[in-house]
Design a protein around this ligand. Structure first.
Ligand code: B12
Ligand code: SF4
Length: 492
């Protein structure tokens, strides 16, 4: 049977897939390959899709998350239009918990796969989409049109039983390679979808290293982003992987995510991570306010976050903070505290000010909001009302700036990044550009911060918002001009 697999890209982050391609579909394809089904194609992004191929396919598998749901449904609708006999199966973090809604509302979807997809897909092929009641972990519409939810499928215990060979499927040369070395997470932050009974399970280090070896055979650069839900559960294992890679590939660059408390707990190992290729860690700081951290069930404190930042800076590892600025229960003082934390800790990333807690279906925080009557359904997504009226005003003020200011920040940063890449080999220019970028971000962050002081006066607030937008544009124009002339100067 000919199977086509599709990921759709959203507008959230331009070029996001070059930075971190998700690996779920590749895992399924390589597993199916290993058991003899060779008739498969994978398309990342809508633009890549070969519709002629879909017209002659038997099965379409689409991976859906909270952000790409609409685009995915459009692809499915179009595919069904050109090939009505196509069987459509969807999976991923969104369908895993929204199976009922998808089956009820999207007639083009035949099957929803919940959780890990490898064995489910194998059985769908084995039963040729008949006897669906025999397949654990799926939901579907029966012959009478009624929604059926089969019992959950057990988690894969021995990850090494599925091949970790998917990267060979793609023709990659210079992008950052995404690899996962484990599945699940033992923690239970109440906003996160990785907590649904997902015990932490690992591939053996040998399997991981063999896989990376194979992938690097076709690559110009040696950069890896580990996309495990939690790569750092066992820091010694993580270090062993990084050290083994560094021994083989001197120019290795490694990126991954980690909790702040695990970094503090493994303080003594961090220098070795830095020495062995780790460039930047995406840290789940989430907030600069203890009460918000508590609300999020994060199990860490502001103090831990501070220690973590200082440890990483001491050893020279970069920090990308995950930050949730707005929650429905946030108060003015908590918001201010969280904002001040960014400034105090010199985390100059203005985009973080727009980060609002997303109530992913299936999470504890989603249930809590629902119970408190705060949740509002918005198409395929959910939003909520802020409990505090003045917070609502602030959020509205921020959001009124979003389109213009955010676009401007983004474009300027992308432009600066492009220049940085272009002049990476020229140390003087690169350092100059990096410095200018830092200053730009700090100034923009400060400009937005003013909103927090003008809370109760809507006229002033309105006026201020306009000024901030104009100011941001001027700042970005100035930065670009300055960098351009500096580059000219250095090149002379
Ligand atoms: C790589 C990654 C990214 C990349 C690429 C995103 C993209 N376009 O998909 C980047 C860095 C850009 C990114 C950004 C974001 N991400 Co992200 N990301 C991940 C990450 C770390 C790895 C994904 C992965 O490869 N997993 C490993 C594979 C093996 O697991 P899997 O994808 O779940 O696949 C298995 C099953 O789900 C199933 N399956 C999946 N698809 C299908 C399809 C079929 C047909 C079948 C049968 C089965 C099936 O089978 C697979 C194999 O067993 C996950 C966390 C994680 N570890 O899963 C978060 C995650 C997917 N991201 C998440 C979020 C929230 C985001 C952002 C919204 C963050 C933000 N606020 O900006 C943005 C949104 C960007 C976007 N446009 O989607 C959430 C999704 C929540 C949700 N309910 O949808 C996750 C789960 C993280 C989390 N714990 O909250 N992300
Ligand atoms: S946010 Fe990170 S640590 Fe918390 S449950 Fe999700 S993956 Fe685990």
């Amino acid at each position: 049977m000919k199977c086509i697999f599709v990921y759709t890209e959203t507008d959230v982050i331009k070029g996001e897939l070059a930075w971190a391609r998700p690996v779920g579909l590749e895992c399924i394809i390589s597993y199916l390959n290993s058991i003899g089904n060779k008739c498969m194609e994978l398309f990342y992004t809508q633009k890549e899709i070969n519709w002629a191929s879909i017209a002659s396919a038997d099965i379409l598998g689409v991976s859906i998350n909270y952000e790409n749901i609409e685009k995915s449904l459009k692809v499915i609708e179009h595919a069904k239009m050109i090939n009505p006999r196509l069987k459509v199966v969807v999976g991923g973090p969104y369908p895993t918990v929204m199976d009922k809604e998808l089956i009820a509302n999207v007639k083009y979807i035949d099957v929803v796969a919940r959780g890990e997809g490898e064995l489910i897909f194998e059985e769908l092929l084995k039963y040729k989409f008949n006897d669906l009641n025999k397949i654990k972990g799926i939901s579907y519409r029966d012959e009478t049109g009624v929604y059926q939810k089969n019992e959950d499928r057990e988690l894969l215990e021995n990850l090494d039983s599925i091949p970790l060979s998917y990267r060979e499927l793609r023709n990659i040369s210079s992008e950052v390679i995404t690899v996962h070395t484990s599945r699940g997470c033992p923690y239970s932050c109440n906003f996160c979808v990785c907590t649904n009974g997902q015990r932490w399970r690992t591939f053996s280090i040998e399997t991981v290293l063999n896989h990376i070896d194979n992938v690097f055979k076709n690559c110009d650069s040696h950069a890896i982003r580990f996309v495990d839900a939690n790569f750092f559960v066992d820091a010694n294992r993580a270090l062993l992987i990084c050290e083994s890679l560094k021994n083989k590939f001197q120019d290795i660059e490694i990126f991954f995510d980690a909790r702040a408390d695990l970094i503090v707990k493994n303080k003594n190992l961090m220098k070795r991570f830095a020495k062995n290729g780790v460039q930047t860690i995406e840290v789940g700081l989430e907030s600069g306010s203890d009460s918000i951290l508590n609300q999020l069930g994060k199990g860490i404190t502001k103090e831990v976050n501070k220690k973590c930042i200082s440890i990483l800076r001491d050893v020279g590892i970069g920090i990308t903070p995950c930050y949730i600025m707005w929650t429905p229960w946030i108060t003015e003082s908590e918001l201010k505290e969280s904002y001040d934390f960014l400034l105090e800790q010199e985390l100059y990333i203005p985009q973080r000010l727009f980060c609002r807690l997303i109530p992913y279906p299936g999470t504890e925080i989603h249930k809590k909001m629902k119970n408190e009557g705060l949740l509002v359904k918005d198409g395929w997504r959910y939003t909520y009302n802020f409990v505090d009226y003045s917070i609502r005003m602030k959020w509205n003020a921020m959001i009124s700036l979003y389109d213009t200011a955010y676009k401007c920040i983004h474009e300027t940063q992308n432009w600066i990044f492009d220049q940085l890449n272009k002049y990476k080999s020229n140390r003087y220019i690169a350092e100059y550009i990096r410095g200018e970028m830092w200053l730009f971000q700090r100034e923009v962050l400060k400009a937005f911060g003013l909103i927090f002081d003008y809370i109760n006066n809507s006229d002033l607030l309105h006026d201020l918002c306009n000024k901030i937008v104009i100011n941001t544009y001027t700042l970005s124009e100035n930065k670009m001009k300055k960098i351009k002339s500096a580059i000219d100067l250095y090149q002379l």
